[in-house]
Design a protein around this ligand. Structure first.
Ligand code: SF4
Ligand code: SF4
Length: 278
């Protein structure tokens, strides 16, 4: 479960009466199995990046620079899922090096699109995709980071929302709990005055069970939400599935929508399995 930080470095000297130049907390960004889109959300903070770099030392961020400052790190942002034996070892090393570890995006928090392998035979995929499958070393599953190491906070989305990312980094800088809303996309539709696409147009939408954060982007363009921010807290997937069936969706379609981006997120996994068995 996502938790707030216990403490953050202040840069103050431990020896009373001897103030030192304030050291900036060290930030590291790590990539596992992913498309890099969530790391790009950090680079996309164009107006805020300089201020951020003034408060944090960006010590390890290979997407942006080959220059690396050695750990340990005060805050690690981790993108991507665990899908190879090397990943398992590497995420343990990252955890040892990191005072706080935050996972960013659907891959890191719920296995990502690549978690679709968890419901099939990986060896079959290998023989279809690769000319020489013997060269490929992979796990049978793609799993979230929290399945392997302790995670201090999970930020959802595919990709994540940059305003939420800045909120989370700010919270860790100031030693407070990140304020990311626990409610569904529906509330964001109401706030921006978007007419409900499911009620008004009969368009199937996962908004009622999906975590807020995108600003209800898809319904604003008259299309249903397909759940890229993963499940909200205590989602009623059963009631929503019944509504989808009334609108003409099939069980197969429900399996597919619950497994698109966040297949390993508990409530979506359970909902997908329920419709697979029917
Ligand atoms: S969560 Fe989506 S945007 Fe982020 S790395 Fe994974 S696939 Fe890319
Ligand atoms: S409306 Fe749904 S699918 Fe669209 S961006 Fe938001 S969470 Fe993702």
């Amino acid at each position: 479960m996502a938790r707030g930080p216990r403490s953050v470095p202040t840069g103050k000297s431990k020896r009373a009466g001897k103030p030192t130049a304030k050291a900036r907390p060290k930030l590291a960004v790590w990539k596992f199995a992913s498309c890099d889109g969530c790391q790009l959300s950090l680079l996309d903070c164009e107006d805020e990046l300089l201020a951020l770099a003034g408060r944090l030392e960006i010590a390890h961020f290979l997407e942006a620079s080959r220059a690396v400052v050695k750990g340990p790190y005060d805050l690690s942002l981790v993108e991507g899922s665990i899908s190879t034996p090397e990943d398992v070892e590497r995420i343990r090393r990252v955890r040892r090096l990191s005072k706080h570890l935050v996972t960013i995006g659907a891959c890191a928090t719920a296995g990502g699109i690549q978690a679709l392998r968890n419901f099939q035979e990986v060896k079959e995929f290998l023989s279809i995709v690769y000319a020489t499958p013997d060269y490929i070393s992979t796990l049978a599953t793609s799993t979230p980071i929290s399945a392997h190491v302790k995670v201090d906070f999970e930020l959802r989305g595919c990709p994540i929302d940059k305003r939420q990312l800045l909120e989370v980094i700010g919270a860790f800088l100031y030693g407070r709990r990140p304020q990311t809303p626990p409610h569904s996309v529906c509330l964001e539709c109401k706030r921006r005055g978007t007419v409900c696409v499911m009620v008004a147009q009969g368009t199937p939408c996962l908004g009622p069970v999906t975590h807020a954060g995108c600003g209800a982007l898809c319904p604003a363009y008259a299309r249903g939400c397909y759940g890229c921010f993963g499940p909200m807290e205590t989602p009623n997937t059963r009631a929503l599935s019944e509504q989808w069936l009334k609108l003409g969706a099939t069980d197969d379609e429900l399996v597919r929508v619950f497994r698109t981006f966040n297949a390993e997120a508990g409530p979506f996994r359970t909902a997908g399995e329920a419709h697979e068995k029917r």
